[in-house]
Design a protein. Structure first.
Length: 196
């Protein structure tokens, strides 16, 4: 097995990002969870250990647990407790409100994603969407981030997929959709200005 210190990422997160957000590298987290009996603990118990002993909760607690499980062969890449997950993100040269509208307004959305692709379960204005995909089985979590003047980012997780093959198919699908969305959002203002 490759030494943890040699790994660039676990759970899709590099060791420097983990260190910046939690104060510890992947190698340090793996060693601490090992000492707590992590090889015999289930996912919820590791999450609870991180919260109780280190105050690491929420998303970071989940991601450190997933990274640990991957490092110890308890979980395959892209696998979560509810199936596999495809994650994709993209930065756009438009304000976050405009990016959010392209998702929430059916007419705009149909131009880059097609019609009837999902049902919105929960929407937090300009911050996040929780969706049920058209198949009725998988879910999509979308988060929006303002990245300064006239820039924004969308980060997406397509959840409850059945296999690693599905993960690759969804990543390809979403990268294509994001490319269409980028073309739509970033060329539209230029075309309007040229027409004036």
């Amino acid at each position: 097995m490759t030494k943890i210190a040699d790994r660039e990422a676990l759970g899709g997160i590099g060791t420097e990002a983990v260190r910046r957000r939690t104060g510890k590298s992947w190698a340090q987290w793996i060693a601490r969870i090992d000492r707590a009996g992590g090889r015999e603990l289930g996912h919820p118990e590791i999450v609870a250990f991180l919260s109780d002993h280190y105050g690491v909760e929420g998303w970071w607690g989940q991601m450190i647990t997933v990274g640990y499980e991957q490092a110890r062969g308890k979980r395959r890449k892209h696998e979560t407790p509810s199936g596999f997950q495809a994650s994709v993100s993209r930065t756009f040269s438009v304000p976050v409100g405009r990016l959010y509208d392209a998702w929430i307004k059916p007419r705009q959305r149909s131009k880059w994603l097609g019609r009837g692709s999902f049902t919105i379960r929960k929407a937090t204005l300009r911050r996040s969407l929780r969706l049920t995909w058209i198949d009725g089985l998988t879910q999509v979590d979308v988060n929006f981030y303002a990245k300064g003047q006239g820039k924004s980012q969308v980060s997406l997780g397509h959840l409850r997929l059945r296999s690693e093959k599905d993960v690759q198919a969804k990543k390809t699908f979403w990268r294509g959709a994001f490319a269409r969305l980028k073309a739509l959002l970033e060329t539209a203002p230029q075309s309007r200005r040229a027409a004036n």
